[in-house]
Every structure is written in C-alpha cells, then in structure tokens.
Design a protein around this ligand. Structure first.
Ligand code: 6PG
Length: 244
C-alpha cells in the first residue's frame, strides 16, 4: 500500500489542490473514454472542496458526464434535512454543475435503513466494477471524526468486522442517529482512498495513527483503512498535523 501525506496551511488551500487532483483524475479516465467511480464523504470538511469544483474553471472543464457519484455514508434523514450529506453536496456542488442525473447515486436516507442498505449495496454492485470479490471504486473520499470514526464506521461497532456486505446500517454512538455506510472491505478494495482532515480536534487521533498505525491494532476505524491494492492519501491542514 502506497501512502502519501499532504499538509496545507488551511482548508482553502487543501480544497484548491484537491480540486486540481480531481480534475486530473477525471481527465485521465475521460481521455480513454472511461468513467470514474467516486464515493463522496459527508460531514463539513469536504464542503470547501465541493465549492471549489462548483466554480470556474472546474465547473466547465471537468467532464462531469464521466463522473459517477456515490456516498460512502449517509444519515438516515430526508434529502432536504440539514443533516443530509446529499443536501450539503447538492447545495455546494451538484446544483451548480451540469452532471447527468443518472450519474448521481444518492443514498435514500428517507427510507427504512435496513432496506436502503440492501438497495444501495445492489446499486453499487451494478455500477461499480467488481474486483477481488468486492466493488472496486476508483476513488473514495473519507473524513475522520475526532473519535477516529470514518464514513459511518464508529469505534467498537460490530460492523467493523463485516467481511461480506458492501453496505451496513450503523448508529451514531452519541445521537443514536441511524446511518447507511459502506464497509471496510469495500473501502480497502478501492484504487485510491483519500482522507480529508482539518482542525485541531483531529490531531491526537491522527498523530496516534501516524505513529502506531503500522505496528499496533488501534481501535479507530480510520486506522483500519489500508487499501490492499491501492493508494492511501491524507489531505490535512496544519492544525490536524502539526508534526508533519
Ligand atoms: C458523516 C461522515 C463522517 C465525517 C466525519 C468528519 O456523515 O458524518 O461521513 O465520517 O466524515 O464525521 O466530519 P467533519 O468533516 O465534519 O469533521
């Protein structure tokens, strides 16, 4: 597994570089007539990145017809709810770009979670090529909570040992909010996995993963992200990674 760390002065610089990298990745696929399968993360940190993509030159230059979008996780709320990752992405990006509706695979957060996890697993299997027995995304974006959770995989959750399913129902340990999340086998089967991590609150867990993640079994789901045959990147702001 190749691992890379990029540290930026602030979230704006992180977003600007990531937009360039995204543009290059799409262009590379589009140049051979291929589509890129991308799983987006939720939370706050990706918003700045989405807002940059929604502006010129990326708004026009990116071949959006070659971009197939999914979410790594979603809160089980309707799409017009402020907690919805889809709503955040739609306001920051999707409502500003010309992307075919059929390229956007939203998690139906308004539906019963168990049914939706099964349905979304089917959607992913039908639209993302399978490799090593699991869907192999081209690019998965992840955030990290200050408790070390990622997607909606929380410390101590039983679904961390899931070996077969593509999607699971999860529960936020503090709020009890139901979530639908892709699983670790899917994340670790991706070609490219990029963490977007900003803010001082994330520094203690990130430092522990940096220092011990290779040699110790840590309880943080984010430390269990180890793409078998892919690259792992950390896009960080300097408050999250002062030691780098
Ligand atoms: C979610 C996310 C979650 C998020 C982290 C970091 O739906 O909440 O997918 O895993 O990425 O909680 O969130 P922030 O970027 O807001 O710190």
């Amino acid at each position: 597994m190749e691992k890379k760390y990029y540290v930026f002065e602030n979230i704006s610089e992180l977003a600007a570089q990531l937009a360039l990298d995204f543009n290059n990745a799409v262009a590379e696929k589009a140049s051979s007539g291929e589509k890129i399968t991308v799983a987006l993360s939720g939370g706050h940190t990706p918003k700045a990145f989405f807002e940059v993509l929604a502006q010129p030159p990326f708004k026009e230059d990116i071949s959006w017809k070659n971009v197939i979008l999914f979410w790594g996780d979603e809160r089980c709320v309707p799409p017009d709810n402020d907690e919805s990752n889809y709503k955040m992405t739609n306001l920051a990006l999707l409502s500003h770009i010309d992307i075919p509706a059929k390229n956007i695979h939203r998690v139906l957060g308004e539906d019963p979670p168990t049914n939706e996890a099964l349905r979304y697993e089917k959607v992913i299997k039908e639209n993302v090529p399978t490799d090593h027995g699991f869907p192999r995304f081209d690019w998965i974006f992840l955030g990290m909570g200050d408790d070390g959770h990622t997607a909606s995989l929380f410390p101590g959750a039983l679904n961390l040992s899931e070996k077969e399913k593509v999607c699971v129902v999860a529960e936020h340990p503090k709020t009890g909010q139901k979530r639908v999340s892709i699983t670790l086998p899917v994340i670790n089967n991706a070609e490219r996995v990029s963490f977007l991590v900003a803010g001082k609150a994330k520094e203690p867990v990130f430092r522990e993963i940096l220092e011990k993640g290779e040699t110790e079994e840590l309880p943080y789901p984010a430390s269990m992200v180890k793409p078998k045959d892919g690259i792992l990147e950390w896009y960080l702001d300097k408050t999250a990674a002062p030691e780098l």
